[in-house]
Design a protein around this ligand. Structure first.
Ligand SMILES: NC(=O)c1ccc[n+]([C@@H]2O[C@H](COP(=O)([O-])OP(=O)(O)OC[C@H]3O[C@@H](n4cnc5c(N)ncnc54)[C@H](O)[C@@H]3O)[C@@H](O)[C@H]2O)c1
Length: 370
């Protein structure tokens, strides 16, 4: 029988889902749109949760588990790891070591040590490990990356990014350290970092000086319930090649946005406006793209050019595209679409922000050999 990569003609890719909470629904909806994919099982540590999840999609005969090892014993071609952040490393490493390809939700992990262990497991097993940063799949994000990587800005020496939500504390497992590890930084901050750093090409961070606070999450006027993570963070990050990143992110603040995303280059500057700062959560650069402007000198004059946007930004499509890219990488034995070799830098910055804001001074970022 003919083979299409790892797939025999006519056979389907066998996918499992680990962690069946909120975001697992988006993974499931994406996979169910694919004719060459079959869901072979789902697991969740909460008894009955995976069963209810599968039943919700009419998959009443597909097995459910509370033990991930039992799902992995079915030898799926790939799994989506959709647990909360503090379990990403445990679940992704177990899957890789069982010979299973992994699409892990963002952020990669909580600490750099966890991300290093995940990366080493990928290297040892040779399986695919891709991290789910779906904003990259937007046509406008691709256009921003292409403009910058064309060299149109010259040497990019400074980036400001992140912005922030005026009100947008998500609640649920996101606000508990034991589940999420960190707050707005891990929830939406990792997007701002990826959107900016993927645009310029990931660089190695060397120092971080950061601040984090929780004034809104801890104030019953703005949030009711237990809350033990950050709701605001800002940081100055230096990179090995001299690039400087000024990063801000919030879930809640008395401001519409902490600013647009700015790329300063020696030949031109690029401004990406906050997507929609007049709505409470729209001032953050965490997925959507606002208006885009290029600043440069032409024939001795300073000009500002509005770059027409591609009218396609639909987050749900990005989600499908990230799951599809994972499946295509499995089929073609291909490289990881969003590999740890990039995201380890994103995670090293998050880890540096956690350490620096706790220590109240600048910290070095040291990424071990993988
Ligand atoms: N890409 C996106 O747009 C997007 C959006 C929201 C959330 N996320 C990410 O998805 C992840 C999950 O978020 P959520 O909102 O679905 O959280 P959630 O709390 O609703 O769901 C997580 C589920 O994982 C289960 N779980 C935890 N540890 C497990 C383990 N070891 N084995 C099996 N199951 C386990 C929990 O019981 C829970 O049901 C987070 O990392 C979050 O950052 C991504």
């Amino acid at each position: 029988m003919k083979q299409r990569g790892v797939l025999k003609m006519g056979s389907k890719l066998r996918i499992g889902i680990i962690g069946t909470g909120g975001i697992a629904h988006n993974h499931m909806r994406s996979y169910l749109q694919m004719e060459d994919v079959e869901i072979i099982g789902a697991s969740d540590i909460i008894p009955g949760k995976a069963r209810a999840f599968l039943d919700e999609f009419g998959l009443t005969t597909v097995p459910d588990f509370t033990d991930n090892d039992k799902l992995l014993a079915l030898k799926p071609d790939g799994v989506s790891v959709c647990t909360y952040n503090t379990q990403h490393d445990v679940c992704a490493i177990a899957a890789l070591k069982a010979g299973v390809n992994v699409l892990c939700e963002k952020p990669m992990s909580v600490t750099l040590d966890q991300a290093v262990a995940m990366s080493r497991a990928q290297v040892e097993t040779g399986k695919i490990l891709t991290i789910g940063f779906q904003p990259r799949y937007g046509a406008n994000m691709r256009m921003i990356r292409d403009i910058i990587q064309s060299g149109a800005l010259g040497h990019v020496y400074y980036i400001q990014t992140g912005g922030g939500r005026r009100r947008g504390i998500p609640g649920r497992t996101f606000v508990h350290k034991k589940y999420a590890g960190v707050g707005c930084l891990a929830d939406i901050g990792c997007y701002g970092l990826d959107m900016a750093l993927n645009s310029v090409g990931y660089r190695k961070p060397v120092t971080v000086s950061a601040y984090a606070s929780d004034y809104f999450g801890k104030n019953p006027k703005y949030y009711r319930g237990e809350f033990d993570v950050d709701d605001f963070t800002c940081a100055l990050v230096r990179f090995e090649d001299g690039l400087v990143l000024d990063f801000r992110m919030s879930w809640a603040m008395h401001m519409d946005t902490m600013g647009d995303t700015l790329f300063l280059g020696t030949e031109a500057g690029l401004k990406v406006k906050s997507p929609n700062p007049d709505v409470n959560w729209g001032g953050a650069w965490d997925g959507g793209v606002g208006d885009i402007y290029l600043y440069k000198d032409e024939v001795g004059k300073q000009v500002e050019i509005k770059i027409p946007k591609v009218e396609e930004d639909n987050k749900k499509n990005f989600f499908f595209l990230k799951c599809r890219d994972f499946c295509d990488a499995i089929i073609s034995n291909g490289p990881s679409p969003i590999p740890w070799q990039q995201i380890i830098y994103n995670q090293a910055i998050i880890d540096g922000i956690i350490r620096s804001s706790a220590a109240k001074h600048e910290v070095d970022v040291v990424i071990p050999e993988i």
